[in-house]
Design a protein around this ligand. Structure first.
Ligand SMILES: [Zn+2]
Length: 170
């Protein structure tokens, strides 16, 4: 998301509001791929008196999609976070510690990505009380796997075994 801040630079100290969305690429996180809905951003921005920087303040919102840390089924989590950052004019874009901009345009990609990753839970769960993998007992099964296609091969196998034992009995 690119934001033209010409108005703020011409009128330092005045707050302007903004709203938009920033697409961020799927990220490889501890071996799993986590993807994201476009990040919604909204807030206000204002320029310093000397035009050397623009401060942005607001909140981000997105949904992250990954796998459940317990049962490996798909899991998603809503992410919402407040931010307040200062973009330095003509700062070093390679410097990870700062946000920078050139000319009159702020780019929110780095900000959105860093805030989303910072607020991503270490373990994603398909639901809060996911029991995880069950250890082979037949009368209890992981509820979060009920609808999963993974279960079908086992069901098919079970049926096959049942047919086999029927045949054996005959
Ligand atoms: Zn689960």
């Amino acid at each position: 998301m690119k934001l033209n801040v010409t108005n703020a630079l011409k009128d330092p100290g005045q707050e302007y509001s903004f709203q938009g969305e920033q697409t961020i690429a799927p990220q490889e996180i501890s071996g799993d791929t986590v993807s994201f809905d476009p990040v919604q951003l909204r807030g206000v921005y204002s320029a310093m008196e000397d035009g050397s920087s623009v401060t942005v303040e607001g909140c981000i919102m997105t949904t992250a999609y990954g796998v459940c840390a317990n049962c490996l089924e798909p899991a998603s989590v809503q992410i919402e976070a407040d931010f307040r950052e200062t973009f330095q004019r003509n700062g070093d874009p390679e410097d990870d510690e700062i946000f920078s901009f050139e000319g009159y345009t702020l780019d929110f990609e780095k900000l959105a990505l860093s805030y989303v990753l910072f607020n991503l839970p270490i373990r994603m769960l398909c639901r809060e009380d996911c029991p995880g993998f069950m250890d082979g007992s037949d009368d209890e099964e992981c509820l979060c796997q009920n609808e999963a296609p993974m279960q079908r091969p086992f069901a098919a196998l079970q049926q096959l075994l049942a047919e086999k034992s029927e045949q054996n009995e005959q």
